[in-house]
Design a protein around this ligand. Sequence first.
Ligand code: PGA
Length: 236
Amino acid sequence: MRIIRTKDYNSMSRYAAKFMAAQIILKPDSVLGLATGSTPIGAYKQLIEWCKDGDLDFSSVKTVNLDEYCGLSGDHDQSYRYFMNQNLFNHLNIDMNNTNVPNGIASDLQAECKRYDELIKSIGGVDLQLLGIGHNGHIGFNEPNTEFDKNTHVVDLKQSTIDANARFFKSKDDVPKQALTMGNKPIMSARKILLVVSGSEKRDILERALYGPVTPEVPASLLQMHNDLTVVCCVD
Ligand code: PGA
């Protein structure tokens, strides 16, 4: 595990963007595992800038996102598909057909989970998985006490996650109660993992994840077992 401590959010974002850019330059047809949330936005902005400047080419890149709310279609402004389009994909020279987010309005959610796992396999697996960490230690929507060997699955969101995400909705009641998420298994199958963490309020959970016991109570603690994990953080 490599831990890079940066002085502020901007340096963290720049470092994360450079790390991702290096991946794309070395392997132009990389499969990137992407994340939503507030933490990666700065890195996405930087990637957009480099792409606009002609320094980075996304034309052969494929992406798979970690998760999606159940019940929200891709054009709902709080869906993760919408977030990714707005904050990244619409501004890159990426082929939209190569961008993948679980379908939260699939009529058969179990079948959708299976389709997603098969899709990841069919495109060769994830080269670089970008992750954030939730206040409760979740990665993707793998909430505390999710089995470590889960594939993509439907989750009931914990109240703490609903509360944390309520800021994006008109009211707490509008926050979906379920989501589809890549499980710990496909996440851990990524060849490289880049965890970005920002804010002093994440300091304790990050410490527990990186230095505490590996336990389903802290899903991100599983990352200790990954053989190519880079953590970029500003939590002081
Ligand atoms: P955040 O979310 O980047 O908005 O803090 C991270 C997460 O919940 O995984």
